[in-house]
Unconditional design. Structure first.
Length: 129
């Protein structure tokens, strides 16, 4: 199997798995949610459902491009509303997990770049190395 195809299917597996984790273990994400956001548990469930749906929409070529763009949008929203604000808060309070939040922010850029690969992908490009 070629690298491009492996990355493509891996992306589907990753977003499906993370979505399922949101649904099965939502309490693991409560500490990430900003205090000002209403109904944090509901938002965690909704994000899990969104991740699974977007992963499934990557599969058909017809919906792949829009799904990839929606994943990018979701990651940008997470970056600015959840992960970025948490990093700032952790920095200001001297939280011992500040460095982990910075690493997660960097990882967000990697995930955005990965999704961007499929914003212009045609079926034939999945078979390239």
């Amino acid at each position: 199997m070629k690298t491009g195809k492996i990355l493509f299917y891996l992306m589907i597996v990753v977003y499906t798995a993370v979505g399922l984790i949101h649904l099965l273990f939502p309490e693991r994400f409560l500490w990430i949610m900003p205090q000002w956001m209403p109904h944090p548990l509901l938002l965690i469930y909704l994000s899990g459902v969104a991740e699974i749906i977007l992963a499934m929409l990557l599969i058909p070529e017809k919906t792949r491009k829009i799904s990839a763009w929606l994943i990018i949008a979701m990651l940008i929203v997470y970056f600015f509303i959840i992960h970025g604000t948490q990093s700032v808060d952790f920095y200001k309070t001297g939280n011992k997990y500040f460095l982990l939040t910075v690493i997660r922010l960097v990882f967000q850029f990697i995930l955005i770049r990965w999704a961007w690969l499929y914003t212009r992908t045609r079926k034939s490009s999945l078979h390239k190395k």
